[in-house]
Design a binder for this molecule. Structure first.
Ligand SMILES: Cc1cc2nc3c(=O)[nH]c(=O)nc-3n(C[C@H](O)[C@H](O)[C@H](O)COP(=O)(O)OP(=O)(O)OC[C@H]3O[C@@H](n4cnc5c(N)ncnc54)[C@H](O)[C@@H]3O)c2cc1C
Length: 319
């Protein structure tokens, strides 16, 4: 009898979807840890992405969608499913002050194209090691700019259908959206910018990048800020608790920015989980503040899921 995996893989071959067996999350995420993956798919068109989504559903293959993997902590165990990487979906059109980007377009690349046309509003994109799909899901932003200010509509795959949602329907919130921790997949994003000049746009982006370099450990393996809280600056509390430099295995709280957990060499996801749990406990006990997770957890075990279930900031995504 042909297994569901055989059927699935034969469909992927039939539709010429690029795939690789036995890749690791560690090579697909900026934190550089996480276990092996049964199959990793690299669709090169939106049609192929939709086929990947349809057939994972049809053959009951667990799936995770990844952009640049810059906001993800992936578990160490073997992932018996399909990871769909969007990076090869990089179609971009610019018309007047509007940009339409496929989900895998890299944010620094998009920024460069906006800057060439003197379009302002997206300078923060130059600071993110991300894809536009991931940035939309996470409502990424910095220095007062964020995705919700420039998105005009988002085309998603939801419940087996393609839909285009306006900005209200995207339900953007601090570092989240209607798409975070759901089965919705962002296919394409339409952005509305404002006309300025290339010189001013580059000047502002340079200021942002300089500030980032001065305050964040950009050379280290990390997933950016691990926590957020709607009203409290979590990194200042971590610093106040004297935790900068604190380590579990090779996972360490950055000396440069207490909100960053960095992988100093060979950290496994378990080291990072344990460190995160300790930070949550210390902040809760010492300051009565329970930070929420800004990073997304994928491929986590039941045991680890239970640990985070006790944190109000539980924020997992396993599809
Ligand atoms: C050095 C560094 C600095 C950072 N600075 C900032 C910052 O200043 N501001 C900020 O907000 N963030 C920052 N981040 C975090 C990160 O870059 C952002 O959250 C970014 O938006 C994640 O995009 P990504 O493409 O890497 O998404 P991923 O990390 O690949 O995915 C994030 C989540 O979105 C899901 N996802 C990805 N693509 C899709 C899609 N097309 N459809 C549906 N779901 C999808 C994933 O499954 C996952 O749950 C930083 C990270 C690093 C490493």
């Amino acid at each position: 009898m042909t297994s569901r995996w055989d059927k699935f893989l034969s469909k992927m071959k039939k539709y010429s979807v690029e795939m690789e067996e036995n890749m690791s999350f560690s090579s697909l995420t900026t934190l550089g840890c996480g276990g092996k993956i049964k199959v990793t798919l690299f669709p090169t068109s939106i049609q192929q992405l939709v086929l990947c989504l349809k057939f994972t559903k049809k053959y009951h293959i667990e799936r995770v969608v990844l952009g640049a993997g810059s906001n993800v902590l992936a578990g160490d165990s073997f992932f018996d499913g399909a990871v769909i990487v969007t990076k090869k979906l990089n179609g971009l059109t610019l018309q007047g002050t509007t940009a339409v980007a496929e989900c895998g377009v890299s944010t620094p690349y998009l920024f460069c194209k906006l800057a060439e046309k003197g379009l302002t509003g997206g300078e923060f994109l130059s600071c993110l090691p991300a894809t536009i799909g991931g940035a939309t899901v996470c409502n990424a932003g910095c220095f007062g700019q964020s995705m919700q200010q420039i998105v005009s509509s988002v085309t998603v795959w939801q419940n087996g259908k393609m839909r285009t949602l306006n900005v209200q329907q995207c339900k953007f919130n601090k570092r989240s959206s209607a798409f975070k921790n759901t089965n919705s997949v962002v296919l394409r994003v339409k952005l509305q910018l404002h006309q300025s000049t290339s010189e001013l746009v580059n000047q502002l982006a340079n200021q942002f990048r300089t500030q980032k370099r001065q305050t964040q450990p950009l050379g280290a393996k990390s997933a950016g800020c691990v926590f957020f809280h709607p009203t409290v600056a979590v990194s200042a509390l971590i610093d106040k608790a004297g935790l900068k430099g604190y380590r579990v295995g090779d996972a360490k709280i950055s000396q440069k920015h207490a909100g960053f957990v960095i992988n100093i060499d060979k950290a496994v996801a378990k080291d990072i989980y344990l460190l995160i749990v300790q930070i949550i406990n210390i902040l809760t006990n010492n300051f009565g503040v329970q930070p929420q997770l800004e990073i997304c957890l994928v491929n986590i075990t039941k045991e680890q899921d239970d640990i985070f279930a006790t944190s109000k900031g539980r924020n997992t995504q396993i599809s």
